[in-house]
Design a protein around this ligand. Sequence first.
Ligand code: FRU
Length: 289
Amino acid sequence: MARILGVGIATLDIVNEVDHYPAEDEEMRATAQHVRRGGNCTNTLTVLSQLGHGCDWSGVLAAEPDGGRIVTELEQFSIGHQHSLLQADGKVPTSYITLNRANGSRTIVHYRNLPELPYEVFESIDLTDYDWIHFEGRNIGETKRMMQRCREHYPDIPLSLEAEKPRESIDELFSHADVILYSRAYAQALGYKRAEEFLLGMNEKVPTATLYCAWGAQGGYGLVDDSLFHQAAFAPEVLVDTLGAGDSFNAGIIHAQLQQQSPQEVLHYACRLAGYKCGRSGLDIQAFE
Ligand code: FRU
């Protein structure tokens, strides 16, 4: 199995399960509550680790009790955090999440007060041992330098990039990635209504990269070597929890790409994994086959 480094965030997720989505100014009871580590990059690593890969994370930790909780949970999933930066001030980025059990939707209010990862931390990592490096499309200026370092000194290590939110200048990262993992939210923010048109539009800008995009209940789409691919979603019997479904889809893409699967197989695997995750609470996918 592969050695994978992920660069991005770890959050604290406070998840309230509710039986319907609240109206504004409503007072209601949550039916359950979960407090867990979250964050796109560490979510993806959590899934990859359970698929058998050796995973390390590089990101910022806050020196406060919730930071300790994040470390404990990373260790539970054997995710190395030796390349993280412990920040004396600041708070673990925290998401207050309303998980509607009626339809699995997850509404996130996110608070952050923590500096982003500086390039210098990444520069000190010996990358020779890694088979794959995954970046979150955030902290654009520094992430661009990190990706450039990989390209210049480790041109053989495949790089994936997640583009989940339209951040200023995020497109400056695209040409450095081998695989770009777009979200539906990103495509829609750019005004696209259909995944195919979105991917064709992106392909004109980054013709060399392999592009994938998860599209919720419509499944996943890919664009590889100028050909479009689509895979229908694998809806679980009961839709339990969509939090981290996109992160699981991305883990599925990375895993299947590492196994040199064909684009259609890659999408099939990622959609099956994301669907499996949506049928259960949290990111425990140990029993996924
Ligand atoms: C899910 C997630 C949560 C986190 C939020 C950050 O994709 O990573 O775990 O709180 O998104 O934006």
